[in-house]
Write a protein that binds this ligand. Sequence first.
Ligand SMILES: Nc1nc2c(c(=O)[nH]1)N[C@H]1C(S)=C(S)[C@@H](COP(=O)(O)O)O[C@H]1N2
Ligand SMILES: [Mo]
Length: 325
Amino acid sequence: MKRNSYKSVPIQSSEITPENIYMNRRLFMKAAGTAGLSTLLAACGVQPSDTSETPSVTEIPATGLEAGAATDELGDPLTSYKDVTNYNNFYEFTTSKTDVASLSKDFVSSPWTIEIGGLVNNPKTYGVDDLLTRFTQEERIYRLRCVEAWSMVIPWTGFELAALLDEVEPLASAKYVAFTSLLDPDQMPGQNSAFYPWPYTEGLRLDEAYHDLTILATGLYGKPMPAPNGAPIRLVVPWKYGFKSIKSIVKIGLTDTQPATLWNTISPREYGFYSNVNPEVNHPRWSQATERRIGETGRRETLMFNGYTEEVADLYAGMSLTSNY
Ligand SMILES: Nc1nc2c(c(=O)[nH]1)N[C@H]1C(S)=C(S)[C@@H](COP(=O)(O)O)O[C@H]1N2
Ligand SMILES: [Mo]
């Protein structure tokens, strides 16, 4: 079988973008799903057993969506790779969204380890390469809604945080999960600003951390995580404002009290611990009712829990979302 037989429209090499590659991979996975993966591999002269050893981001199964669709489950198109990787909040580098990409281009994110400890039975330090093989990497297309009222749709790859928590076995006394980003002012010039209490920290309630929408993302658009997006591994919690989705994580700790977080420490009135996306609770300085989708003109209505109400509302049953903002 010719590998490119599913490609109906020839593309000039100059026009090949990360989106083309990503779309073609999705179409390939769709074809594989229809024919049965083993049939397809056999037709290519490759035995299925030959292919199972090395998981890589180019072989991940497309999940949750019609393969090749390249929209989220609401039908919203993906934000372009260029926008996803060139319009970033990553204050360790700079507060200028359009300068993160250039300032992070030499960022060294390999080798990299994550230490997991605190109130657990099995504290452990993992190399990121180990996490990539230990846990099946799957694709998740999520909306990301920044507290500043802009948003994107991003095709992440990663694995559920729950799988990692299960391995370290939280103690019954563990109630929260605390996350810490890399502290390295030599590589991250923004950390020379004394205004921010570095390193960047975030936290979740244990049940939020165990929710199956909560992932540790190791890539996007089928590629390893780009530096501006939090190489090599970052949290993604799609129903919360973007700042909860902490980048370039080096440490995860289970605690019995609500952990301090960078934004909540700076301005507790503006950035609550929960920070669930909520169009009815405005930021003290701006409305949260609408948002600008990057790459689109005009504004969209902001959806409760960023459109994930069905999945997450139970987490907050009986809780005031106004006082617990
Ligand atoms: N360590 C760290 N994580 C961070 C940030 C940051 O400045 N430092 N910015 C947050 C904010 S405000 C947003 S909106 C998202 C942006 O993620 P993206 O650049 O991948 O779209 O990352 C979040 N995670
Ligand atoms: Mo944000």
